[in-house]
Write a new protein. Structure first.
Length: 148
């Protein structure tokens, strides 16, 4: 696993360049400032087996306009709310953004310790997302939200 920074993928909240975190099956981008998480459309599609589409969401999910712009293409995202959790979806590239507070709702506190530990430390560098458990929890949530 490696951590790299690309300047052309800014955090939709604070414009901080997102850092890439690679897991065996999931590529995710994390903001070191606000701890938000960006899952590119390709990642979500790979994990779910289909694209994340606001037209195919679980019963009970609501959609509203989001003030956030997609870090990939600058498109206005849609805020989807499901089971008290809000995620932002890009209608163009189908990427998904989760604020740290929303991550906390999706995951149970313990796993989040790993996600929050983005500061490069000797053992944690490149492994800030733990063994992928946090990401798997998030994907599990998205799989309930985006139905095919
Ligand atoms: Zn941020
Ligand atoms: Zn996009």
């Amino acid at each position: 696993m490696t951590v790299t920074t690309r300047d052309n993928r800014p955090c939709p909240r604070d414009r901080t360049p997102l850092k890439s975190h690679r897991h065996t099956i999931i590529g995710a981008w994390l903001c070191s400032a606000c701890r938000g998480l960006w899952l590119p459309g390709a990642t979500v599609e790979k994990a779910l087996g289909h694209v994340a589409d606001s037209k195919h969401v679980a019963v009970g999910a609501t959609a509203a306009a989001s003030p956030l712009a997609c870090p990939e293409d600058g498109a206005s995202m849609a805020a989807l709310k499901y089971r008290g959790v809000e995620v932002d979806l890009c209608p163009q590239c189908h990427g998904v953004w989760l604020d740290r507070g929303e991550l906390q709702h999706v995951t149970t506190g313990t796993a989040l310790g790993g996600l929050g530990a983005v500061a490069p430390t000797a053992h944690a560098q490149g492994d800030a997302l733990g063994a992928g458990d946090v990401l798997l929890e998030i994907i599990g949530f998205l799989a309930q939200l985006f139905i095919f």
